[in-house]
Design a protein around this ligand. Structure first.
Ligand code: DAH
Length: 391
């Protein structure tokens, strides 16, 4: 039965015989009133005239002296109420009359001359328990399809990720695969298996983050060399990009978290010439054909012989400048022939196979490529900095 039908009957005819019944009935009326009111507010009107017409119709429907819903309630429910229920009905009726002031809605209705509406669902603002079950109301919002859409700014890859992808791409084209490993690493893989002795300074508490005596945050990507040898055996051509951690105070050239890419090639008859050729090709691909590479002897416990690779300065072309400290060269990575003991630790026979490896700092490459003088900028999430690298 609709509200309109109910107000034509007496309480007795409706079977409402006690206070709880009266309460529920009035709650239903209040809910209907509120619903009609808010529907009209949300709907809006196409013109001022329509707005006045619609809001008057709502007022009349509920409040007209003759035949308004409230006067029917007065006649059918209040006047005819049984004596014991009457005070109760009276109180509810008065409350309803007060609430009906809210039916004056014309000032709240929007005039939308275009007549274009899009329905959206919106959380009901009713707090009244009687109308809580209404849950959602549909609201209509004007939409002009000729207006431009809302532009959402697109993010872009972090400059370090961009360089990492460029480097990966070069090695993928050479037939290398990308391999990964854990950032929380055992002391064995991070140090021992790589031939780094207990006495080596890099194992000191001050250089390494120890999780416990047998576990560290990896200080380089080199431990994945051993893991990959164990997993795949030889031949092996991989690069290993990833995060590394060292107990360094942050400054313009140090960060306790940084990125490396490791390279590893193991096969029969791999020589230092392969290493030189590959890294020279890589440097030219990344920085341009005019770049020259220079190999100098160095030392790493996991390579023998070991080398340090420098490229001709990408800023001055080798003449000498601020960046290359007037030397014409910039050191970019460590490399070498994989130490026979390291091959053995990875389960590969050094009599049959040989290999080369290198390790480079991705953040340093990004700093070089984009001429950035502070590594911290990469990790501060400052949109003004990062936006400069959006493609
Ligand atoms: N792991 C070295 C470091 O973090 C870098 C390195 C040097 C890696 C020589 C290598 C290598 O694979 O052959 O300082």
């Amino acid at each position: 039965m609709t509200i309109d039908e109910k107000v034509r009957k007496t309480l007795t005819e409706l079977g409402v015989l006690d206070a709880a019944g009266v309460e529920a009935l009035f709650a239903e009326v209040r809910s209907a009133m509120e619903q009609e009111r808010s529907n009209l507010v949300s709907r809006g009107a196409a013109s001022e005239a329509e707005r006045e017409k619609l809001s008057k119709a709502l007022r009349d429907r509920w409040l007209a002296r003759k035949n308004g819903l409230l006067s029917k309630i007065d006649d059918q429910w209040l006047k005819t109420a049984a004596k014991d229920l009457k005070p109760f009905v009276g109180r509810n009726f008065n409350a309803l009359r007060q609430e009906s002031a809210a039916l004056e809605v014309s000032a709240l209705m929007q005039v939308v001359p275009l007549g274009l509406h899009v329905a959206i669902r919106e959380e009901s603002s009713f707090s009244d328990s009687a109308s809580a079950d209404v849950g959602h109301v549909t609201r209509e919002v004007p939409q002009d399809p000729t207006l431009p859409g809302n532009r959402r700014p697109l993010g872009s890859l972090h400059p370090v990720t961009q360089i990492q992808r460029e480097i990966e791409e070069i090695f993928l084209q050479l037939g290398f695969r990308i391999e990964g490993g854990p950032e929380i690493e055992s002391v064995y893989y991070n140090f021992d298996a790589l031939n780094i002795p207990e006495s080596h300074p890099s194992r000191d508490d001050w250089d390494t983050f120890y999780v416990n005596s047998r576990t560290v945050l990896r200080t380089h990507t080199s431990p994945v060399q051993i893991r990959a040898m164990e997993k795949y055996g030889a031949p092996l051509y991989i690069i290993i990009p990833g995060k590394c951690y060292r107990h360094d105070n942050p400054d313009a050239s140090h960060s306790p978290m940084f990125h490396q890419i490791e390279g590893l090639a193991i096969d029969t008859d791999i020589t230092f010439a392969d290493l030189k050729g590959t890294l020279d090709f890589f440097a030219k691909k990344l920085f341009g054909e005019r770049i020259r590479t220079r190999f100098q002897p160095s030392f790493f416990p996991f390579t023998e012989p070991s080398g340090e690779v420098a490229i001709s300065c990408i800023f001055c072309g080798g003449k000498g400048c601020r960046v290359c400290k007037e030397s014409g060269w910039i050191e970019v990575m460590g490399c070498g022939m994989v130490h026979p003991q390291v091959l053995r630790n990875g389960g590969i026979d050094p009599e049959e196979y040989s290999g080369w490896a290198f390790g480079l700092g991705v953040d340093r490459f990004a700093m070089m490529k984009y001429d950035i003088n502070d590594i911290q900028l990469f990790f501060q999430s400052d949109a003004r900095f990062l936006e400069q690298f959006s493609a």
